[in-house]
Design a protein. Structure first.
Length: 594
């Protein structure tokens, strides 16, 4: 077969025939493409506009997520502030004592007047004792009683375990009065007693909130609606719909509940719709492209026709030149193909040419090198993967952790804290069951979070509730499959090393789907890691001597890469005296049915 192919390529008659055939094919192909481009230009342009709009929506989604992270940080700071708690819970304070507390609150909140992309936070703190505090947001016009009795705050109090977002056409402070705002509310409570003592409110001007998309989207062609869980339009570039409930918009979100992209007919116009879900705000952002308005702005058919005709003439000349130039060097490659079929992968080729043929020769040699190493690499990879799986199946609880946990429970019993001791024992039993009770290496995100909560409870017994851990898990992530014991080593590292002398220690855990990845972030406000030490942690086999599993950062990163590939793994960023961010990037895998 190869000798026949060599004879055909080197035959002069075949060369002439293929040149003529190629020339005719180029002419026919070019004419066909020209007709196709003319007929399909509107659709191609619309698809390109949709793709551009998708990128914008992804960018806007990322911006709103960063805004939410800033909101979480500000509200968490208010929650963790002892000064805030004292101001709203201590009675009979003297004017001097109250002034000192207000001064401390002002110092703590001074850096949090501006959120992501310079959005004003307009933070207000309101206590059940009738006091309120507005750092840098202007004096409040409503009394504490009026604020607490409002429908928005009453609804937030009924959902006190989460940060809730609302739309309002009227704020509580002087500079937000009679202004459309997006409001984020968190109920303040004592960590130990769980007693609620007030609310923290962030009031963002709707115009600043809308700036994330208004500067990127043509409002003549593209209408944007940010809709809350009740169907109310909380932000839009279509002013007449702001703060209203539009049945057509609400019905679209219901009819296409699980769709990110779809086509819809509204008021005799066709729209291309893209929906982005913000579960952390309970909002959906809908982008609607008016296809008729878009088509009215384009007129590029004459340039396309002229361009394709010019390309036809140019391609015919190029084909004739390239066929003559490149057919002779191709014979060198054809001569080596039979040897490759017989298994000789060491037969490198040398071609005296340039351009595509030279690239083809280099690719051919590269392929030979790759084939030579392929079997060894596959065997090595499978061996390392098996070792990783065996290590995971054989992983056991660190004895030091068991000794320390049982000692802590024993001290609780000596102190007659039997109920707390029972809770700690239940958490420890559940931790053992999830870690040692199954040979499976994989679990769900929700199961790992539940396991992590048991670990955090046990550690906080040892550290007197020093560390506050918050979980922000998107609903779509909870049943995704991940490797067991993935997040615990990093939370463990924060407990042992991040907060040596820190009064208010916090760890925030986020899980969301970003594009095609499951992204888990573990963020602490600890002392941070020096650049040299961070590099050492990433490159060494350092393990936690007294931790639950003993796994180090490098071990977890290697385990992920062996199981899923080099596109996934662990990234660590840290700023000294400010904190550390652990980012774990994983594939989006649905849990397999049992």
């Amino acid at each position: 077969m190869w000798n026949k192919l060599k004879q055909m390529i080197t035959n002069k008659r075949f060369f002439i025939q293929i040149s003529i055939t190629a020339g005719i094919a180029v002419i026919i192909a070019t004419m066909t493409v020209s007709l196709f481009v003319i007929n399909m230009s509107e659709e191609v342009y619309l698809d390109a506009y949709k793709d551009f709009n998708d990128k914008i929506m992804d960018q806007v989604s990322d911006e709103y997520y960063q805004l939410h992270v800033d909101v979480v940080n500000v509200l968490t700071l208010a929650q963790d502030s002892q000064s805030v708690e004292d101001y709203f819970t201590e009675d009979n304070l003297s004017s001097v004592e109250e002034g000192q507390i207000i001064y401390k609150m002002k110092e703590q909140m001074s850096d949090y007047g501006i959120l992501h992309q310079k959005v004003s936070s307009n933070l207000m703190l309101v206590g059940f004792n009738g006091k309120k505090y507005t750092p840098g947001a202007g004096s409040g016009t409503d009394s504490a009683e009026e604020i607490l009795s409002s429908d928005i705050i009453q609804d937030a109090l009924s959902r006190s375990d989460q940060i809730t977002y609302y739309y309002s056409d009227n704020g509580f402070t002087g500079n937000t009065k009679d202004t459309d705002i997006i409001m984020a509310v968190k109920v303040l409570r004592n960590y130990s007693s769980k007693k609620e003592y007030g609310v923290a409110i962030i009031m963002m001007n709707e115009k600043e909130f809308a700036s994330y998309y208004e500067s990127l989207i043509d409002s003549k062609i593209n209408k944007v609606y940010c809709v809350d869980a009740n169907g109310k339009i909380v932000s839009t570039n279509n002013a007449e719909y702001e703060g209203t409930q539009n049945n057509e918009i609400s019905n679209l979100l219901v009819d296409y509940e699980n769709e990110e992209q779809f086509e819809a007919d509204i008021s005799n116009s066709k729209y291309a719709v893209r929906v982005a879900d913000f579960p952390f705000m309970e909002f959906k952002l809908m982008s609607m492209i008016d296809e008729s308005a878009l088509m009215a702005e384009i007129n590029f058919l004459p340039p396309v026709l002229i361009f394709t005709l010019a390309i036809s003439i140019l391609l015919i000349g190029i084909v004739v030149i390239l066929l003559r130039k490149y057919f002779t060097p191709l014979n060198v490659i054809v001569d080596h193909i039979p040897e490759i079929i017989e298994g000789d992968f060491d037969n490198q080729i040398e071609v005296d040419s340039s351009g595509e043929i030279m690239e083809l020769a280099d690719a051919f040699n590269y392929m030979l090198d790759g084939l030579n190493n392929y079997v060894d690499n596959v065997v090595k990879l499978e061996s390392e993967k098996k070792l990783s799986e065996i290590h995971a199946l054989q992983m056991q609880i660190n004895p030091h952790f068991v000794y320390n946990t049982l000692t802590s429970i024993k001290f609780l019993m000596w102190q007659n804290k039997n109920e707390q001791a029972i809770q700690a024992m239940d958490a420890f039993i559940e931790l053992l069951r999830n870690t040692l009770g199954s040979d499976e290496e994989y679990s769900t995100v929700q199961s790992e979070i539940d396991n992590l909560k048991n670990y955090v409870m046990i550690q906080n017994i040892r550290y007197n509730d020093k560390v506050s851990v918050s979980y922000h898990i998107s609903e779509e992530c909870k049943e995704l499959e991940i490797v067991k014991m993935l997040m615990q080593p990093f939370v463990e590292n924060a407990f042992f090393h991040a907060f040596p002398d820190q009064e208010h220690a916090t760890i925030n855990i986020f899980a969301r789907i970003k594009k095609d990845y499951l992204v888990i972030e573990i963020i602490d406000n600890g002392k941070g890691i020096e650049k040299e030490k961070l590099q050492l942690l990433l490159e060494s086999d350092h393990t936690m001597k007294k931790g639950l599993s003993g796994l180090g950062i490098k071990n977890v990163n290697n385990r992920i890469k062996l199981l899923y590939g080099d596109d996934y793994g662990v990234e660590v960023s840290s700023i000294l005296h400010q904190g550390t961010i652990i980012t774990i990037k994983l594939p989006v895998l649905q849990k397999k049915a049992q």
